[in-house]
Design a protein around this ligand. Structure first.
Ligand SMILES: [Zn+2]
Length: 360
């Protein structure tokens, strides 16, 4: 059995040399049909393996296609590079997206960049030797809250270390190369050509043009669930008139309406480095949005502020003592590709971030 699999892998590699995988979202898996002709010399059992309706392809190529499916606006080709024993992706993006006011020539502009898969990190060739210093871009997003009372003393120490300024400085953390490319985030003047000023739940905000449709869908669904219209949020006066007590409303509608009425701001784009690190925050890409309420009423909302208030015990604040958006609002964000920072141990309950590849 083992020999058979060794052979199968060999076949994959042969096929790799002769056929690239071309993809857009719908990357045709049949492009990758491993050489079925070679199977004729083998016994029936082997033959079945090669003619199965499921095309055989290396696990990593499957993972690459799965990842790229979360970014349907991008085109890509993937080719196995034997020199680096890794998959090389050539990704093409449209420079401007969702910008009806741009000229046809600007709308047609594209850019290309090469990345190595690097086990799910999408690194440029120059970073391959340091691959292990980086986190992978796709991991399990835990959308449950663990009771801090269940943290062991060892875990508390690790959490403290993780939040310490020393650790946050040294860690390479998330590789930003892929994001720098797709969001044109190399420098402040460049990215600002792609930032759109808009409103979210009645508050002025600036977001990246690539996530604009997703954010508008989130807003429309929140309004639908609260049984209000986006026009009801057009002025402070209209927001003030939204009824939150009518007996006709469900408890969920009341909760969402109150959340909207008491929202102070929904700031997204903001060019800054993450405190204590060399990296940029996702706010610098215009793909993270902070929903801040007018009043916290003593509740905790962000680990850093809690650390200033209560020192090293910041992670022990029980969930019920933390401010959070309504559960239904968090769910809507997730359905449109945004993760919520309230599920992080290093909690940031006002923060949503567009990371569609993390929502499985
Ligand atoms: Zn934030």
């Amino acid at each position: 059995m083992l020999q058979k699999y060794v052979f199968l892998f060999f076949t994959f590699f042969c096929a790799t040399f002769i056929s690239n995988c071309t993809g857009k979202n719908s990357a045709d898996p049949n492009n990758y049909s491993a050489s079925s002709g070679a199977a004729a010399d083998y016994n029936n059992e082997d033959y079945m393996l090669f003619t199965s309706s499921e095309p055989l392809e290396p696990e990593e190529l499957t993972a690459i296609k799965k990842f790229m499916n979360f970014y349907p606006d991008l085109d890509f080709t993937a080719e196995y590079d034997t020199e680096f024993s890794d998959w090389k992706l050539c990704i093409t993006k449209k420079v401007f997206l969702n910008r009806p006011e741009k000229s046809d020539a600007e709308k047609a502009l594209t850019r290309k960049a090469d990345f190595y898969w690097a086990g799910g990190r999408l690194l440029p060739k120059s970073e391959l030797a340091k691959k292990d210093d980086y986190w992978v871009l796709q991991y399990k997003y835990e959308n449950t809250l663990r009771d801090p009372k269940t943290y062991t003393p060892e875990e508390i120490e690790r959490i403290k270390d993780f939040g310490s300024s020393k650790n946050r400085r040294n860690d390479n953390g998330t590789p930003m190369f892929f994001f720098d490319f797709i969001y044109s985030a190399k420098s402040r003047p460049i990215i600002e050509e792609h930032i759109i000023k808009t409103k979210f739940l009645g508050k002025t905000t600036k977001v990246h043009e690539r996530i604009f449709p997703a954010l508008k869908r989130v807003e429309a669904e929140i309004c639908l669930l609260a049984a209000i219209s986006v026009e009801d949020l057009s002025t402070a006066e209209r927001i003030g008139k939204i009824d939150v007590t009518s007996e006709k409303l469900t408890d969920e509608q009341k909760e969402i309406r109150k959340f909207i009425k008491t929202l102070r701001s929904s700031d997204a784009y903001y060019w800054r480095e993450i405190a204590g690190t060399n990296r940029k925050s996702f706010h610098s890409y215009g793909i993270a949005i902070d929903l801040l309420p007018q009043r916290l009423n003593g509740r905790s909302i962000y680990w850093g502020w809690e650390k200033e208030r209560s020192g090293d015990k910041w992670m022990m604040v029980p969930q019920e003592a933390r401010w959070a958006p309504p559960q239904a609002v968090i769910k809507i964000f997730e359905e449109h590709g945004f993760i919520w920072g309230g599920y992080w141990i290093i909690f940031d309950n006002m923060h949503f971030e567009y990371q569609p590849q993390l929502i499985q």
